[in-house]
Ligand binder design. Structure first.
Ligand SMILES: Nc1ncnc2c1ncn2[C@@H]1O[C@H](COP(=O)(O)OP(=O)(O)OP(=O)(O)O)[C@@H](O)[C@H]1O
Ligand SMILES: [Mg+2]
Length: 522
């Protein structure tokens, strides 16, 4: 069933249920993105699984999220099951062979996979604002914070770095407002509270170092198969915003980091975006525009993005129109909204005179789908009713002991497992502030000693008012501890000196890309 340069998806059937032909996804057009849709339990995850398998065998690395834990079995060899054998027989898949795949498990919480982290600096203000559901005013302030840090080459690695920077800004609102535009203490305080909430939700696990290296999800095995990176997302789904923002960040990293490749015979990486509606739910227009732009441009970097969701209406029209390879599982059509969704789904296909698309979508069986892929010159194939092939790897979850074994032999074993606290904004600010405070303390004690120095004979005492030397030193202390004043200038000096040293080592300010993550190679 294998044709060179093509992935076997399944076999289509004629209206009388007789076998029609094999349906394939052309590797050459696999970077023109795709869409897998269908109601619950109709076979989306299995379709994702067989596509991931085929890409891996073709030497294309894959990144996907395992939302319900049922994709993890892809790391294990498949097992003989009656219904799978039956499907194989129906579609003429002979021999039906089982296989295990090279899987790297990842997990933001570091429990069911290698830890995935990024830094606040790399995530950037746009995605962070989205993660924290900020108002425009707060986002404006956050942008200034990043500008300040970027311009001065101040690395913001984790949440405490951002907190210390915001703390500094709170003491300098007037000055900074004059330089960058309005900054209110109120917005700063709201952002600080938002950071606390993020922390409580476990996001602090995710921000820090060592940050994920893109090269690690683009690995291939020695025998030429693409690694399948599986992100454990069951726990992550409890915080849908973190899930959506993380995947967007990854997409944005890929986009910024990978060079242009132009047309090639297969993609460099395929990225499956499960539960894709979470990306777009209540997303501001600007974010949708940027996502659209990244999806459009990432094609030429050899990355194929496949959205998986229940309903094609979940994906904004501008993005939808760029998804060339379509696999539509069954949808219900009881309510008017459902009917509308089926209609939209039906209309996106190049029609097949043999059957009515609308009707077919509502009648498809489990593991059956309408399939249309891009063929020669990128023209979509006529839609076909297709029985999707059964997987070669295990259908269903992996056990925990099995997962531990897979992780132990993973090529990144040990690389991401311990936190690294590199010097960053927080430490720099804190250390310099401590040094400054110490210097100040030394100077004060020197002065106090000097003040106490004059010989007894030269000191005057006014009855009832104490020693003037002592009052002098009290005055010094008092003037030095004028509320906030001294401390903030110290912090400011710290920022400046940090800026100088960092700027000289970095050479120039950090540059941000379309989705606000850092541009590399600048
Ligand atoms: N291609 C297939 N071959 C054989 N069985 C299949 C196939 N696709 C789906 N099935 C059967 O249907 C079940 C449900 O499929 P799947 O888990 O992919 O649905 P889903 O659309 O992802 O559902 P949900 O929205 O709940 O995640 C599978 O466990 C399997 O038993
Ligand atoms: Mg599923």
């Amino acid at each position: 069933m294998l044709e060179k340069g093509k992935l076997y998806v399944g076999t289509s059937r004629n209206p009388d249920d007789s076998i029609n032909k094999g349906e394939y996804l052309d590797l050459k057009y696999a970077n023109r993105h795709g869409l897998i849709t269908g109601a619950t339990g109709t076979g989306k995850t299995v379709t994702l699984q067989i596509l991931a398998e085929s890409f891996s065998n073709a030497g294309v690395p894959v990144f996907c999220a395992d939302v319900k834990g049922d994709l993890s079995g892809i790391a294990m060899i498949g097992e003989d099951k009656d219904f799978l054998e039956k499907r194989a027989k129906t579609i003429g898949l002979d021999p039906y062979e089982f296989q295990e795949f090279p899987v790297i498990f990842w997990d933001l919480f570091g429990e069911k996979g290698h830890r995935v982290r990024t830094t606040i600096s790399e995530m950037g203000p746009l995605l962070l604002a989205r993660l924290m559901d900020m108002s425009d005013a707060q986002e404006g302030v956050l942008n200034i914070a990043f500008k300040l840090a970027d311009e001065n080459g101040l690395p913001l690695l984790d949440l405490k770095d951002l907190r210390s920077l915001l703390g500094y800004m709170a003491g300098e609102t007037e000055k900074l407002s004059a330089m960058y535009g309005n900054i209110t203490k109120q917005s700063l305080a709201t952002i600080q509270r938002g950071l606390l909430v993020l922390e409580q939700q476990g996001a602090e696990n995710f921000f820090g170092e060592p940050a994920l290296k893109i090269a690690d999800i683009m690995r291939t095995t020695n025998d030429g198969r693409g690694a399948i990176s599986v992100l454990a997302a069951d726990k992550l789904m409890m915080n849908p915003r973190l899930y959506g923002t993380f995947l967007l960040w990854l997409l944005s990293e890929l986009f910024e980091e990978l060079p242009e490749v132009g047309d090639s015979d297969k993609p460099r990486l395929v990225f499956f975006f499960d539960e894709a509606h979470l990306l777009f739910d209540e997303a501001p227009k600007i974010l949708i525009d940027r996502v659209e732009q990244v999806v459009r441009l990432i094609r030429s970097k050899g990355v194929g993005v496949y959205f998986v969701t229940q309903n094609p209406l979940d994906v904004p029209e501008t993005v939808l129109s760029q998804l060339g390879n379509r696999i539509q599982h069954a949808l219900r059509a009881y309510t008017p909204r459902e009917q509308k969704a089926v209609k939209v789904a039906a209309e996106t296909f190049r029609p097949n005179p043999a059957f009515d698309c609308f009707e077919a979508i509502t009648q498809l069986g489990v593991g059956e789908a309408l399939v249309s892929t891009l063929g020669a010159k990128g023209v979509p194939s006529m839609v076909e009713r297709t029985l999707v092939r059964p997987p070669s790897s295990r259908l269903g979850p992996i056990t925990e002991p099995e997962r531990v074994k897979v992780m132990a032999v993973s090529p990144v074993a040990g690389q991401y497992d311990t936190d690294l606290d590199r010097d960053s904004a927080f430490e720099m600010l804190q250390r310099r502030a401590e040094e400054a405070a110490k210097a100040e303390e030394e100077e004060r004690s020197r002065e106090e000693k000097k003040a106490e120095k004059p010989p007894e004979s030269r000191r005057w005492t006014l009855p009832g008012y104490g020693d003037d030397g002592a009052s002098g030193s009290r005055r010094t202390t008092k003037s030095r501890s004028r509320p906030g004043y001294q401390r903030q200038t110290v912090t400011e000096a710290v920022i400046k000196s940090v800026a100088r040293s960092a700027a000289t080592s970095l050479g120039r300010a950090l540059v941000r890309g379309i989705l606000g993550s850092l541009k590399k190679g600048f």
